[in-house]
Design a protein around this ligand. Structure first.
Ligand code: NAI
Length: 349
């Protein structure tokens, strides 16, 4: 592997920490991109990587994304990300989680972890036995915190409605056709909120049973995981994987706007230009999907309750509006405008 600081995704990260615990089999990376605004916050991903370099790349990219996300959400938090390199069997033992908890603790509060792909609330509880620098733990009724998925879904719903307003000049999702890729925690929640407002839905999921059950519940149409990108609709909402907006997929899109939860939706920065050139409105991913981190950060900071979380989530549409306004005024892509705003906030502008 080349030296860390020559990797394309290295962006003057403040620290990249490697942890090994032979007894439990833990191998993990914690990347701290920036602590300019506060402790570096971002979930931990538990994933089986084809090679170790991919895990490092993921940690570098995702931690930078968290710096941008937290800054744009107005949180007093920097950006970081944990990655646990799962074995091929994806086994996750209590010992491994405890060792990861000690790893987080050793950073003395410079990193605060939470859920990400492959890590649920129970895993965070196990980590929380070793460190207090953890969020996304179960909380009581009305308190901030807990599973970030529903909060993310609420923010994405409000963001989709902002996109509907801007791209279609309509004040409600009633009768608007939204194509959703991935109907798990966030995409499923989004689908229910949209259906509740009368939207017409087409959904797709790798888990065909999950898609079929939700379609039955909501009266949605179902299509295949790749066909969803070509569905003629008003809005495309990527809520599964990153890097779905590519040189190949963008020309085939038949929508007026892209607004969804997935992290790193643009495969490359040039794909932001491609969307812009096609006149497709884009909601920068880390702005629209900040609901979950708002929820768990307020839990960690002990600042405010569920009402405060909701109030902050309601600011997401306004942030998108100001990005789109500036994009319209300057001709820059929405993605470029958002990046510039975020860089300034973390003292790198
Ligand atoms: P999840 O794991 O609950 O759901 C993802 C769903 O996508 C699953 O049902 C899976 O079967 C499906 N899927 C995977 N690949 C697919 C494909 N190629 N085509 C169609 N469906 C596919 O994950 P969750 O929590 O709903 O997150 C969704 C996305 O939103 C992820 O990219 C995640 O990083 C991002 N995100 C999630 C947040 C949260 O609070 N959960 C916060 C911010 C971003």
């Amino acid at each position: 592997m080349p030296a860390l600081w020559t990797l394309p995704d290295f962006d003057a990260h403040e620290g990249v920490h490697f942890f090994t615990d032979p007894a439990s089999g833990l191998r993990a990376v914690i990347a701290l991109h920036s602590t300019h605004l506060g402790p570096a916050a971002g979930g931990t991903r538990f994933w089986h990587y084809a090679d170790d370099a991919q895990a490092v790349t993921d940690a570098l990219r995702l931690s930078r994304g968290m710096s941008f996300k937290n800054a744009m959400a107005g949180l007093p938090m920097g950006g970081g990300k944990g990655v646990i390199l799962a074995g091929a069997d994806r086994a996750k033992s209590p010992e491994l989680l405890a060792a990861f908890g000690r790893a987080v603790d050793s950073l003395g509060g410079r990193y605060v972890t939470a859920e990400d792909v492959g890590m649920g609330e129970a895993d965070l509880v196990a980590i929380g036995r070793e460190t207090r620098h953890v969020s996304g733990l179960p909380v009581g009724e009305g308190a901030a915190g807990g599973d970030p998925g529903p909060s993310t879904a609420t923010g994405v719903f409000l963001g989709v409605k902002a996109a509907i307003k801007r791209a279609l000049s309509r004040d409600s999702a009633d009768g608007v056709h939204v194509a959703i890729q991935g109907v798990g925690s966030v995409g499923g929640g989004l689908a229910r909120l949209l259906a509740g407002e009368g939207a017409r839905l087409t959904i797709a999921d790798m888990d065909a049973g999950r898609a079929a059950r939700l379609a039955e519940e909501l009266g949605a149409a179902v299509t295949g995981p790749s066909a969803i990108l070509d569905v003629e609709a008003d809005i495309f909402s990527p809520c599964a994987l990153g890097a779905v907006l590519t040189e190949a997929s963008i020309p085939a899109l038949r929508v007026k706007a892209v607004a969804g939860a997935a992290n790193n939706q643009l495969a490359t920065p040039v794909d932001g230009d491609r969307l812009h050139a096609r006149g497709i409105l884009y909601a920068p991913d880390y702005v629209i999907n900040a609901g979950g981190i708002i929820n768990v950060s307020l839990e960690y900071l002990g600042q405010g309750d569920r009402d405060e979380v909701e109030a902050r989530i309601r600011q997401i549409p306004g942030r998108l509006e100001s990005i789109w306004e500036e994009s319209a005024a300057t001709g820059e892509t929405a993605a470029a405008v958002a990046d510039r705003m975020a860089m300034k906030l973390i003292g790198r502008g």
